[in-house]
Design a protein around this ligand. Structure first.
Ligand code: FEO
Length: 164
């Protein structure tokens, strides 16, 4: 039987995972609007993963005789200044999710909840992957942006050419 504190925190985690799904769905719409179907596809794939994450907690609570209590899902943002800003938000968001998974694990240790510890280890590994993916995309977008700046600098230099 799942403990009350673990049940409550896992119910909150369901909400966080569903918010993540909602956030990435909003980001997918942003990229569709910008005619970037590859980015939108990445976001749609990510969105589906987040729903799976929510369902892992949902099923775990039920399997252990607990009660699933769904809460309202916050509305996500709908606009970003750039793809880089958006992915920096993805990275920050995933870092927050990692922190809440870590809190769940700490509770599982404190309560000697061994089934929860085993289940949460999957999430700990998953978060390493999630943070790595976001960081790689942020790094790539920064490189693209720097190249754009380099082209502008060259343009500036070329503009100074005098006549022969
Ligand atoms: Fe469910 Fe992106 O962590």
């Amino acid at each position: 039987m799942i403990g009350k504190a673990m049940q409550d925190l896992m119910n909150e985690q369901i909400n966080k995972e569903l918010f993540s799904s909602y956030l990435y769905l909003s980001m997918a719409a942003y990229f569709e609007d910008k005619s970037l179907p590859g980015f939108a596809h990445w976001m749609r794939t990510q969105e589906a993963e987040e729903r799976e994450h929510a369902m892992k907690f949902y099923d775990f609570i039920l399997e252990r005789g607990g009660k699933v209590m769904l809460k309202a899902i916050e509305a996500p943002k709908t606009d970003w200044k750039s793809s880089l800003e958006l992915f920096e938000e993805v990275a920050a968001h995933e870092a927050k999710v990692t922190a809440s998974i870590n809190s769940l694990y700490e509770l599982a240790l404190k309560e000697k909840d061994y089934p929860a510890q085993v289940m949460l280890q999957w999430f700990i590994t998953e978060q390493v992957e999630e943070e790595k993916n976001a960081a790689e995309i942020v790094a790539s977008l920064k490189l693209i942006e720097e190249r754009g700046t380099a082209v502008l600098m060259l343009d500036h230099r070329l503009a100074k050419r005098g006549g022969d």
